[in-house]
Design a protein around this ligand. Structure first.
Ligand code: DLL
Length: 439
């Protein structure tokens, strides 16, 4: 691997003491609560209903007094109902379609765009980036925050940006090679597809990439290994969501040991998704964010539905901001199969450890004679495809047994020929649940 160098974009902030971070958060929280109470009717009403006044919120320990914000609120008050700034001060709208199709949007003031750009700049620096780099942005440009978010961050660090947007794989690889891109920003599934294509074309020695920031969808440690091998890079995780501003809310450094949350801009909590009670550091639960610098559309205790845990220990890289683990699932992507809770990431993790299959898979859930079924379709590698029948059967049994022991359910495994499972240029969609189709 062409190992990238550890760099810190804003050491004064990223390495400040825990006490100083806390003090900064307390002060910024008070300001934000005052702002939303004065400017956003929904928040004022909800706080009044709970009997909480802005002056009751003095420190982050008072957060639990505040109401949660849900994704449905963004839909219900679409488009401008949660904006805290006048439209004349909003310089950007970004959004996402979500799974139900009804859009959600977020509004940014100039300050918000500036803060967001710095968050991504920190992520790119942490991945070894700088002004000498050529950053290929293969996240989609548009309302989705990936493309413009990475673009702004790369511009901020003075790098050369190639704004490819997603798709057109042949052209991506041609440009990557000809222009000598050194960093790549896209979803991990698209990066894997790019990597597979590079390998197939025999171009592995001709690509100059050294690292990349990959996010917008869940991925596993095994998928990282695979991607790092395919492209000979350091593959870093980057997290974010439209509602809080986009990519860069948290990012990995080269220690690859959790994502540093930009705590000067957001406060993170973990709650029990059932009881809604805050959970201590180290325990897995639902991630909840409060904006503390946004002025366009600050959100209070926003429930992400993403599951992870937090680690407050300082990192070996020197940064002190709390780290979040990989997202292990979403409270809403859990499949309940014959009463057992199953997350797609658990299955992915099993598949990635099996030799002879590729990271391309699809999970098909159905209900046959009142019994839930789960079929795992996974692609064989080119080498394995031409192997003996008994070799292929061995792989099938290995997958079945490992899923049974890790997840606790029996599944049907279908091994399919190479390149037959759909590839994704943006976020991958790996579950088809026919039970929800109502027949
Ligand atoms: O996906 C923002 C983004 C763009 C993040 C580029 C990173 C890189 P949304 O489209 O609003 O925003 O989707 C947000 O995607 O709540 C998570 O469920 C998921 N997600 C984002 N990053 C990660 C990650 C962008 N690194 C939703 N790991 C979030 C796992 C992620 N899930």
């Amino acid at each position: 691997m062409k190992t990238a160098v550890n760099k810190i974009y804003n050491p004064e902030i990223e390495c400040m003491s825990r006490e100083a971070i806390r003090e900064m958060q307390n002060e910024r929280l008070q300001k934000t609560i005052r702002l939303v109470y004065d400017k956003v009717e929904v928040y004022r009403k909800r706080m009044d209903e709970k009997g909480v006044k802005p002056e009751d919120i003095k420190t982050i320990d008072d957060l639990h007094l505040l109401p949660f914000t849900e994704k449905t609120d963004l839909r219900d008050y679409f488009p401008y109902g949660l904006f805290a700034a006048d439209l004349k001060d909003i310089v950007r709208i970004q959004g996402s379609s979500g799974t139900t199709g009804k859009p959600i949007v977020s509004g940014y003031t100039e300050n918000d765009v500036e803060a967001w750009s710095e968050m991504v700049a920190r992520a790119l620096y942490a991945a070894g980036g700088g002004e000498d780099d050529i950053v290929q942005v293969a996240y989609g440009y548009g309302l989705f925050t990936g493309g413009l978010g990475a673009h702004q961050g790369a511009t901020k660090i003075g790098a050369t940006v190639i704004p490819m947007s997603s798709g057109n794989t042949e052209r991506q690889i041609m440009m990557m090679q000809e222009l000598g891109a050194t960093m790549l920003c896209c979803t991990p599934s698209y990066a894997t597809y790019l990597g597979e294509t590079v390998k197939e074309k025999g171009l592995q020695g001709k690509i100059k990439l050294k690292s990349g920031c990959f996010g917008a969808e869940p991925w596993t440690e095994e998928m990282r290994q695979n991607l790092e091998n395919l492209l000979d890079i350091d593959a870093m995780n980057i997290y974010g969501l439209t509602e809080m501003g986009g990519p860069g809310i948290a990012f990995e450094c080269l220690e690859k040991d959790g994502m540093h949350i930009n705590e000067d801009h957001v406060i993170a909590e973990i709650i029990d998704p059932v009881t809604d009670e805050p959970l201590p550091y180290g325990e897995y639960g639902e991630l909840v964010f409060t904006s503390i610098t946004k002025t366009g559309m600050p959100l209070i205790r926003y429930r992400t539905h993403d599951i992870c845990c937090l680690n407050p220990e300082p990192c070996a890289c020197g940064r002190t901001h709390v780290r979040m683990s990989r997202i292990t699932g979403r409270t809403d992507d859990m499949m309940v199969i014959r009463g057992v809770n199953v997350f797609p990431s658990q299955i992915e993790s099993v598949l990635m450890r099996v030799k002879g299959v590729t990271p391309n898979y699809m999970l098909i859930v159905d209900r046959v004679n009142s019994t839930d079924t789960l079929e795992v379709q996974v692609e064989l590698s080119e080498e394995m495809f031409t192997d003996t029948v008994s070799g292929i059967e061995r792989i099938r049994d290995e997958i079945k047994e490992n899923i049974k022991s890790v997840v606790g359910i029996s599944v049907k495994v279908q091994l399919v020929p190479p390149k037959t499972i759909q590839r994704f240029e943006g976020k991958a969609k790996r579950v088809i649940d026919n039970r929800k189709l109502g027949f």
